[in-house]
Ligand binder design. Structure first.
Ligand SMILES: Nc1ncnc2c1ncn2[C@@H]1O[C@H](COP(=O)(O)OP(=O)(O)OP(=O)(O)O)[C@@H](O)[C@H]1O
Ligand SMILES: [Mg+2]
Length: 250
């Protein structure tokens, strides 16, 4: 099936009066996993925040469609209810709400207890959401939240930052489970956009399409591992010449 879950057309986004996203297009089809690389401060998180209509992110121009619906007039909860879930780079702390209560309010999955065990979050269930969680614990809680939500489109911002290698494997396993990676590609219904700096996650999650985001737009699209290898060799500054090569090869 070739259904687009997310379509972004000529998107311009500003934050605090400054243009951060300066015209970009992206299409994520059902079953696809996209990975976005890019330097610090280039606007990767801004992109995800803008898709979710988080406060402070203004769409100045362009269109975002989720499952063919223009979301321009929708609120964040309406967008989430279309089937989008986001794992934050810096998850908010919510005092007075335990992880158990939070998961109870959003859970749509059938085997949450199993995944709570797999992510070693059993002993966190009575703690206030994200309050005092270590870097790795925060990321495990975010992925657990995604698992509970079981959205059709996962927006995952830096899942492995501050996470040790062992825990990256555990987090990835849970993400793969949400993405039905054991199912043949054609039957997979869920898609994802994953933002990564280190690329470690590529060792655990099969991604289909990679993008380099720089200066407010996507400057390169291609094989995720090849892009990662190029960045390791030539840094992000090498990406502009790389795009020409990749376009020529198409
Ligand atoms: N709420 C805000 N107020 C002011 N500036 C903001 C706000 N949110 C983002 N910005 C600015 O927008 C730019 C892009 O930020 P963004 O967080 O999207 O970058 P990023 O690509 O995700 O970076 P990183 O790799 O460090 O996570 C930065 O210069 C940042 O300071
Ligand atoms: Mg970011």
């Amino acid at each position: 099936m070739d259904r687009a879950l997310l379509e972004i057309v000529d998107l311009h986004v500003s934050v605090a009066g400054k243009e951060i996203i300066k015209g970009m297009d992206l299409q994520v089809k059902q079953g696809e996993v996209h990975v976005i690389f890019g330097p610090n401060g280039s606007g990767k998180s801004t992109l995800l925040n803008a898709v979710m209509h988080l406060p402070g992110y203004t769409v100045d121009r362009g269109e975002i469609r989720v499952k063919s619906q223009n979301i321009a007039e929708m609120t964040t909860d309406e967008i989430a209810n279309l089937g989008i879930g986001m794992s934050f780079q810096h998850p908010p702390k919510i005092k007075g709400v335990t992880l158990r209560n939070f998961l109870g309010a959003i859970n749509r999955s059938e085997d949450l207890d199993e995944v709570i065990g797999e992510l070693s979050m059993d002993t966190f269930m009575e703690r206030e959401l994200n309050v005092g969680f270590s870097g790795g614990e925060l990321k495990r809680a975010e992925v657990l939240k995604l698992y509970a939500q079981s959205p059709d489109l996962l927006l995952i911002d830096e899942p492995e930052s501050g996470v040790d290698i062992e825990n990256i494997a555990i987090i990835s396993q849970a993400i793969n489970k949400i993405l039905q990676k054991e199912t043949p590609m054609k039957l997979r219904e869920r898609s994802a956009i994953i933002i990564t700096h280190t690329g470690h996650i590529l060792n655990y999650i099969h991604t289909d399409i990679g993008h380099v985001f720089m200066d407010g737009t996507i400057v390169c699209t291609g094989n995720p591992q090849a892009i990662m290898d190029d960045i390791k060799k030539g840094g992000f500054s090498g990406c502009t010449s790389c795009i020409r090569q990749q376009k020529d090869q198409r």
